[in-house]
Design a protein around this ligand. Structure first.
Ligand code: AMP
Length: 379
């Protein structure tokens, strides 16, 4: 194995959204150079990188030139085409690695991997044509959720089915290769953000609790209010999944906590996750620094949590009455503002987030929710 990629070297990032931006900010603090590759210019990550490539993922010659100019590559967006990742891998190490990416890119592959590995999930069935939908619904029972197999995130490409009569509408909304999954009557949603190093070392940020709005993450509270054995089990499952995928980098496993304390794995994100943004202020080492350390082959940092924290997303809808009142949140001493530099505030677009730290998780959550309300109070 070659040695670590040390400060001064250049880290390549495929994808140029907010996750790449927060990685690039840490990387530059630690003395690395950062090149980001994605279609589009003036992107959230491109604005803070040393170099922004604006080219398509299937532009093989640009991909090859990008790869020759960097020392290691990571992804901030798991739906980068497999052929692009392969092209880059022929020149330079790509982390988290093909197995993790291939598995997480497609819900059917992901759920099949989880099922085969004995990890608990909601019952599911493959549905690749319309005619299979009613049969699958009979097998797993209503209510259920039809989810597109490829390219689905943040609840996009999902439809709820309460009865066979909903099949046409659900198929219309999702179509193509899909899975039908039992709708889980969960008590809570939790996630574990963790990192795995090149040497197999593992460090986690504990279990956090997530509240969603319209299938999009809304608020994360760290730590989650769950019994220690539930957290231990969630962390154990996360570690085992990372090992089975031979994953190197930061990633997240999302869980449903069903009645009776039963954990079900919902999803694996093979990259830093929105539910780990609080770590920038709330943990000794943020999920982005861990990603950088892991992909560069450095030792992982400590993940101790200094104080309870909460994060609230700032979604484009907040801009509907005009520019939010930034001064109102900046006047709160324990609240931190993050904006991703996106030019246009579309309704469900993630534009930024707020983090609050406090003496208790409840106080942090109240503070961050109130802070967000202040943004539009005068509108
Ligand atoms: P996903 O894109 O699969 O992470 O789904 C986004 C959100 O939709 C989840 O975090 C849940 O709030 C909700 N959801 C997804 N699948 C299910 C399910 N099987 N049962 C209940 N809620 C779900």
């Amino acid at each position: 194995m070659s040695g670590p990629v040390l400060p001064g070297a250049t880290v390549g990032v495929l994808g140029s959204g907010q996750l790449g931006r927060m990685l690039a900010l840490v990387a530059r603090r630690m003395g690395y150079r950062v090149h980001v590759y994605a279609p589009g210019s003036d992107s959230p990550a491109g604005q803070v990188a040393d170099r922004e490539w604006n080219a398509d993922y299937d532009d093989r010659s640009s991909v090859a030139t990008f790869a020759r100019g960097v020392d290691v590559v990571t992804l901030e967006f798991e739906n980068v085409p497999a052929a692009t990742v392969e092209e880059v891998s022929s020149a330079v190490p790509v982390r988290p690695g093909q197995k993790a990416l291939r598995t997480a890119q497609n819900r059917l592959r992901e759920k099949t991997f989880l099922h085969a590995g004995g990890y608990p999930t909601a019952p599911f069935r493959e549905v690749s044509e319309r005619s299979a939908l009613e049969g699958a619904l009979r097998e797993i029972g209503a209510p259920a959720v039809l989810k597109t197999a490829g390219f689905g995130y943040d609840g996009k490409g999902q439809a709820r089915l309460d009865a066979a009569e909903d099949a046409d509408e659900a198929w219309e909304a999702v179509g193509g290769e899909a899975i039908l999954e039992s709708r889980v009557d969960f008590e809570r949603e939790i996630s574990v953000v963790a990192a795995r190093g090149v040497d197999g070392s593992f460090a986690h940020h504990g279990a956090v609790e997530n509240a969603h709005d319209r299938h999009i993450l809304d608020v994360t509270v760290a730590p989650a209010d769950v019994p220690p054995e539930v957290e231990r089990e969630a962390v154990g499952i996360t570690r085992s999944i990372f090992e089975a995928l031979d994953l190197v980098g930061t990633a997240c496993v999302e869980f449903f906590l069903a009645p009776g304390g039963k954990l079900l794995v919902n999803e694996i994100a093979p990259r830093p996750h929105n539910s780990g943004h609080w770590t920038i202020e709330g943990a000794v080492t943020s999920q982005f620094e861990q990603q950088l350390r892991a992909v560069c082959g450095l030792p992982l940092g400590g993940t101790g949590q200094a104080r309870p924290a909460a994060m609230a997303n700032l979604i484009g809808d907040l801009w509907s009455g005009g520019e939010p009142d930034w001064e109102a949140v900046c006047s709160l001493p324990e609240v931190k503002l993050h904006l991703y530099g996106k030019a246009e505030a579309r309704p469900v677009r993630k534009m930024g987030h707020l983090t609050a730290v406090a003496d208790t998780a409840e106080a942090a959550e109240n503070m961050v929710r109130e802070a967000r309300e202040r943004l539009t109070a005068s509108a």
